[in-house]
Write a protein that binds this ligand. Sequence first.
Ligand code: SF4
Ligand code: SF4
Ligand SMILES: [Zn+2]
Length: 264
Amino acid sequence: MKFELIELREDRIRFLLSGVTAAFANGIRRACMSEVPILAIDQISLYDNTSVLFDEQIALRLGLVPLQSKDLDSYSRPEDCQCGGEGCPGCRVDFMLSAEGPGMVYSKDIQFTDPGVKPAFDKIPIVILGEGEKVVIEGFATKRVGKDHSKWQAGTLCGYKNLPKIEIGASCDGCGKCIEVCPRDVLALEEGRAKATNILECSLCKLCIEECEAGALKVTPVLDSFVISIESSGVMPVKELVAKAAQEIRKRAEDLDAKLAELT
Ligand code: SF4
Ligand code: SF4
Ligand SMILES: [Zn+2]
């Protein structure tokens, strides 16, 4: 397997993996979306809500606020906790949200009992309060994974595509029609001939082939190479997210290995 970094930002990574199967690339994508445990608001008790929003709408908005934790590993998933899932400081973190209008209530107004836990973004609107309107809410966040519910999804936009291979034959007459039709600016004219200058952006749509009257173009996927794009919801840097996803895959492989060893 060969890894090649294409782009790395705090919340987004794009890399090329070669020498792997589509199932492996998809495994990484799925693990980033549904196997990396994170904190999210799980249950709330609404003591007062005189805002225009229904209780359920406020609950939904709170649940979808991405939460960062300085020490995520100190929390267990409820089913793995020593309390047996009943709820204790080892598997849940309590919060309070109390506000009175007029004004907008933002995610930064959620106060957690653990100072190391906070919303990933301060300015996510929760509810706008008019003069004298109030919300008083208590609740707790738990650590789960995206396959339990999308609010525990650490990876948001996660996808992959085969690395494209673009071949331009000798019959190219430099008419430029493929360049005009390409929606991703992949092709350019160089020395009177078409050339692929931005191949990673190619979506394999093949519009260029349809446009090429000379039949000079060939666009095919490289079957064992994948451009993988992962975006974090903000709960952790994307590099950490991909590393944790890889650890989850390894853990499963080790479990399988151990089970097979028991059979022999
Ligand atoms: S459309 Fe075909 S002939 Fe025209 S520039 Fe593109 S590859 Fe060359
Ligand atoms: S397949 Fe589509 S994206 Fe790729 S070069 Fe052709 S027109 Fe552009
Ligand atoms: Zn517990």
